[in-house]
Design a protein around this ligand. Structure first.
Ligand code: NCD
Length: 278
């Protein structure tokens, strides 16, 4: 898909198809990169936002899904509640793509992350990858841990103990893929190939003050980043708030905007596979 985009010619792979982007939770990158991916493939994207729809009048989720299924050839769904895209897949006849369900999973982001790491380092297997931040609530980190384990990376999970990744997710990755996973509360970047940072997911905290306290406690400073290896690429699913210094954006190791750009070709591939079944 990236090679096709580089040619700069119109692509007609999904010409005549309609892709519904249904967002029940705010989004910038996921929504617009899925819309861009659909448009780049020659499909027409429809944008549905729950705050501007009949969901506001109390329409049942199942009715909304059934109706949109009649208007489109695939449904891309983001929802604040875990499992809602999965429920939609039971109702809809067309393919449903999970664009992030609550604190559960964000599979298309994980594919973008894998693709970005492969492009940067030429492989996944054997790389030392540190996932750092709110590992308890960040769905992007859960999905990423799964695929990194699947492809044989050595993963270090770094978070304050209150924001540690759920033990059931870690033990599943270990059991299914024999993954090497270490846990720590103190960042250390010696021999780290990829540092993947995420924000504190304030909207998923019961107590907003606790979220604020956590985000002020867990920030990386320029000194720590300067001392880190020269080849250590830094990724972030974005949006970033204050977990990385703004000054770091111009460092050659900051690869998060490149990662966000990879969202379009990867989501083109996902749409093609889902809509055409190949
Ligand atoms: C992530 C999300 O929505 O889970 N953003 C994204 O899709 N790129 C990460 C986040 O919100 O922290």
């Amino acid at each position: 898909m990236e090679a096709l985009l580089k040619k700069g010619k119109p692509i007609r792979t999904l010409s005549g198809k309609i892709i519904a982007n249904m967002f029940f939770e705010p989004s910038t990158r996921t929504n617009f990169s899925f819309q861009s991916a659909a448009a780049r493939l020659g499909a027409t994207p429809l944008a549905f936002y729950s705050d501007q729809s009949s969901a506001q009048k109390g329409e049942a989720y199942a009715d909304t899904i059934q109706m949109m299924d009649g208007y489109a050839d695939a449904l891309v769904i983001r929802h604040p509640q875990p499992g809602m895209p999965s429920l939609a897949a039971e109702i809809a006849g067309h393919p449903v793509i999970n664009a992030g369900d609550g604190g559960n999973q964000h599979p298309s982001q994980a594919l973008i992350d894998l693709y970005t790491i492969k492009k940067l380092k030429g492989k996944i297997e054997g790389l030392n990858i540190t996932l750092m931040g709110d590992l308890k609530h960040a769905r992007a980190m859960r999905s990423l841990l799964h695929v990194l384990a699947m492809y044989g990376a050595n993963v270090t999970l770094c978070s304050p103990s209150l924001l540690a990744m759920g033990p059931e997710i870690i033990s599943r990755a270990k059991k299914e893929f024999g993954a090497s996973i270490k846990e720590t509360t103190r960042p250390s970047f010696a021999r780290c190939d990829i540092l993947y940072v995420c924000r504190v997911q304030r909207e998923r905290f019961a107590d907003p003050d606790e979220a604020l306290r956590m985000s002020s406690e867990f920030r990386l400073g320029m000194d720590a980043l300067r001392a880190a290896p020269k080849e250590m690429a830094v990724l972030h699913p974005l949006p970033k708030i204050d977990e990385l210094p703004k000054e770091f954006d111009s460092d050659a190791r900051a690869k998060y905007f490149e990662q966000a750009k990879n969202g379009v070709p990867v989501r083109m591939a996902i749409l093609k596979r889902c809509v055409l079944g190949k």
